[in-house]
Design a protein around this ligand. Structure first.
Ligand code: ATP
Length: 506
């Protein structure tokens, strides 16, 4: 069954996963807040990534354990860093403005319906046929979509612009020609708002890693090849933030820069590709919903003009289906960044092999994933409609990702049930995120746990008092079994094991 994003967004708000930022003021486009359960889910994904990359990184393709160290660099850096990295000059999208409505659109996201006539309505690329037909009717144009040719604005000569009706107007000819628009948020460091004090909020976490390449090399025992990993906020003044948290203006990234000898890039690119795909499967994304896509030559980033280019791990989000949307990019950044920083800073950043005395500029393979986008993929994957249960829906999170690992439910509010339930709860909460839920009938309590994706409910009833067992209810199957109360922690521990989970799913 097709998932409606409206339902997903509504559940996220209702149950405290994700709220619009500044909700009481009507929100702010492109910004989101993570509620009590959302922050847990996001942190669980973050921690699993950190564990897979930094704490217990894999064994490399030739049997040697890989070395990766962590970093937490500042969001604001010397603005010269962004000139060197190419973000001040090149980190931009082609934009067109509508002179009438003052709205701004990404030129490469505008689709034009071309016809014989002199009025060519334009739409956002992802507009549904239904929407298009409605608007054609309003504009008194032929509503038969098949009578038009669909073209992208960037493929049209500017002399045709006067025929185009911008997406939010009724008259033709209001669009300007495309111009570049920089996606970096600007601010000023210090009290004076002058150009000299201009700073940028980082649009990617990667540059903080390149800026610290020499510091890390000089201060730790890592030797080539090795990685530096970082998780943190990134900011992009996206022209058209959309699809819930998929494209927002403030988001989180999980990036690792893998530094290696230029002759070895292919081997490492393939290795990291496989590892990263394994990771997304292990955290619960179904193989059918994942795909790998190599970038076309026309979409190479400013750093990837040569070399192996970028391949993406993509997920079939409900709003992209049957197509896929980027979850993680795995790029060969060549030696672009280190060379640029060496030139601009005047500091030597080459690597000298201590054994061979060979001096070279390392090449970089970069697995760059979205943490917040990853959390969205987990939510979409987990969202399971089931009319047969009272909640009508449950979130099928992998136990290692679920915000709450278990709920302890005394069958009644009587002390004989609540007493042992509280005891079990107090023991479990030393190790796991668990809920003790006493109020309401048991069906309602199960429904709530289903909706927030709690994998197990332990119920304390009269039998508990006799034989010391509890009922375990499995969220997905709703099957129940009895286990001894003193085995509950072991039971959960076994289900939580993230590393073994990663192996099972891989
Ligand atoms: P896109 O083509 O979607 O704009 P990108 O190729 O520019 O993304 P990268 O610079 O490779 O993205 O960033 C790495 C990851 O960061 C992406 O795979 C994505 O998961 C995440 N990301 C990038 N932009 C955003 C955004 N505006 N909102 C949320 N996540 C983002």
């Amino acid at each position: 069954m097709d998932l409606d994003m409206k339902d997903v967004v509504a559940l996220c708000k209702r149950r405290g996963f994700i709220f619009p930022a500044s909700d009481i003021y009507g929100g702010i486009n492109g910004f989101w807040d993570y509620g009590p359960l959302g922050v847990e889910l996001k942190n669980n994904l973050r921690d699993l990534w950190w564990k897979a990359m930094v704490v217990t990184p894999p064994i490399g393709p030739d049997g040697t354990p890989v070395q990766i160290v962590g970093l937490d660099s500042s969001i604001i850096q010397n603005p010269k860093a962004w000139v060197a990295s190419g973000h001040v000059g090149g980190f931009s999208d082609p934009m067109v403005d509508c002179r009438e409505t003052k709205k701004r659109y990404r030129a490469d996201h505008l689709m034009i319906l071309k016809s014989e006539g002199d009025k060519w309505p334009s739409f956002h690329e992802e507009s549904e046929d239904e929407e298009i037909e409605k608007r054609l009717k309003k504009l008194n144009l032929d509503t038969n979509v098949s009578n038009y040719e669909r073209v992208n604005l960037t493929d049209l000569d500017a002399s045709f612009y006067e025929k185009i009706i911008a997406p939010d107007t009724k008259v033709a000819g209001t669009l300007t020609e495309p111009k570049e628009f920089n996606l970096m948020f600007e601010s000023h460091a210090g009290p004076i708002q002058s150009d000299e004090n201009k700073v940028y909020l980082r649009p990617e976490t990667a540059q903080g890693i390149f800026l610290n390449f020499k510091n890390v090399l000089d201060s730790s025992r890592v030797r080539m090849p090795f990685g530096i990993a970082q998780i943190g906020k990134a900011f992009r003044n996206e022209v058209n933030p959309r699809n819930f948290i998929f494209r927002s203006r403030e988001f989180e990234q999980m990036e690792m820069e893998w530094f290696c000898h230029p002759d070895e890039v292919e081997k490492w690119r393939d290795f990291w590709f496989e590892e990263r795909t394994k990771f997304w499967r292990a955290v619960g994304l179904a193989s059918d919903n994942l795909q790998i896509r190599k970038h076309g030559d026309d979409e190479l980033s400013h750093y990837a003009k040569e070399g192996l280019g970028t391949s993406d791990i993509e997920y079939k989000f409900p709003f992209t289906a049957p197509d896929f949307g980027e979850l993680e990019g795995i790029a060969h950044r060549c030696d672009f960044d280190l060379t640029a920083h060496q030139e601009h800073s005047g500091q030597k950043l080459e690597y000298m092999d201590p054994v061979t005395q060979d001096k070279y500029m390392p090449h970089v393979i970069e697995p760059a994933a979205g943490l917040t986008r990853g959390a969205l993929a987990l939510i979409c994957e987990a969202y399971t409609v089931d009319e047969s249960r009272p909640s009508g829906v449950y979130l099928n999170f992998h136990p290692a990702l679920a915000p709450k690992k278990a709920a302890i439910l005394p069958l009644s509010a009587k002390e004989e049930h609540v007493g042992p339930a509280t005891k079990l709860y107090l023991a479990l909460r030393e190790e796991f995120a668990v809920d003790l839920d006493i109020k309401q009938n048991i069906g309602k309590r199960y429904a709530r746990q289903d909706e927030i994706g709690t994998p197990y409910c332990f119920t304390i009833d009269n039998d508990t008092l006799e034989d010391g067992t509890v009922t375990v209810r499995d969220r997905n199957t709703m099957a129940q079994e009895r286990i001894s109360m003193d085995k509950v922690a072991d039971y959960l521990r076994e289900k939580m094991k993230p590393v073994s989970a990663m192996k099972v799913a891989a």
